[in-house]
Write a protein that binds this ligand. Structure first.
Ligand code: NAD
Length: 254
């Protein structure tokens, strides 16, 4: 049996990075490993239409352009979906800098994309889950949050700490109605956005070496390693897990 057979999974920010690896992983588990059986139906959403199109070639993956900062788009999307088993909120942005480098626009942008989007998505899809008497929400947080103080991650860590609070709150409020809610707290993951952040620094070589120095394992996590944890959380194997910020950071926060 595939671990996600028959599940309908909605993903945000699926076009690249962690979201995309999760989409492909779900695909691999449900379509290839479970072969003759029906796999999960993955509804991959992103703001980037062009990158989303690449995912359409995979069976079991349906795509939809969605800007998670736009309430109207989210509500329309929710009304178009009949049922879902898993909502996986991935979208997030990393602002580099201390509180002194973070202007009000930077602050609002990050709070909007990293936190308000999850509030809007959960609010739009939770009623469906409650009507079904079952639902599973996974939010993308980070160890740069209430778990660990990280230099130059002021607003980012603030938003990711808020995601942990949101996760625990939703888990506590709806546990008796068959809903669970967890969040994933990765360390540094090798994704296109990490490479962009490294290239954007005045000295990319030094930036790469700084990033690597803080990795006790001497390497970054791969998006696939994060996606495997997400598959576990999305599956019924984790039925007894709720309200948890789950750390996957190669020992960074030790
Ligand atoms: P990424 O930048 O590689 O991908 C982000 C995706 O989000 C892109 O496909 C982009 O098109 C999409 N996006 C941007 N704005 C959007 C919007 N308004 N609506 C919908 N989609 C939008 O990101 P990533 O590095 O894979 O990170 C994904 C998540 O994982 C984020 O929440 C991030 O904070 C978290 N995270 C990443 C790392 C890391 O080291 N990469 C570590 C810990 C946590």
């Amino acid at each position: 049996m595939g671990r996600l057979d028959g599940k309908v999974i909605v993903l945000t920010a699926a076009a690249q990075g962690i979201g995309r690896a999760a989409t492909l992983d779900v695909f691999v588990h449900c379509v290839y490993q479970a072969f003759a059986r029906e796999g999960a139906k993955v509804i991959a959403t992103d703001i980037n239409e062009f990158k989303l199109q690449e995912l359409e070639k995979y069976p079991g993956v349906q795509t939809r352009v969605l800007d998670v900062t736009k309430k109207k788009q989210i509500d329309q999307f929710a009304s178009d979906i009949e049922r879902l088993d898993v909502l996986f909120n991935v979208a997030g942005f990393v602002h580099h800098g201390t509180i002194l480098d973070c202007g009000e626009r930077d602050w609002d942008f990050s709070m909007n994309l990293n936190v308000r989007s999850m509030y809007l998505m959960i609010k739009a899809f939770l009623p469906k889950m409650l009507a079904q008497k079952s639902g599973n929400i996974i939010n993308m947080s980070s160890v740069a949050s209430s778990i660990k103080g990280v230099v130059n991650r002021c607003v980012y860590s603030t938003t990711k700490a808020a995601v942990i609070g949101l996760t625990k709150s939703v888990a506590a409020d709806f546990i008796q109605q068959g809903i669970r809610c967890n969040c994933v707290c990765p360390g540094t993951v090798d994704t296109p956005s990490l490479q962009e952040r490294i290239q954007a620094r005045p000295n990319p070589e030094e930036a790469l070496s700084d990033f690597l120095k803080r990795q006790k394992t001497g390497r970054f996590a791969t998006a696939e390693e994060i996606a495997l944890l997400c598959v576990y959380l999305a599956s019924d194997e984790s039925a007894y897990v709720t309200g948890n910020p789950i750390i996957i950071d190669g020992g960074w926060s030790l």
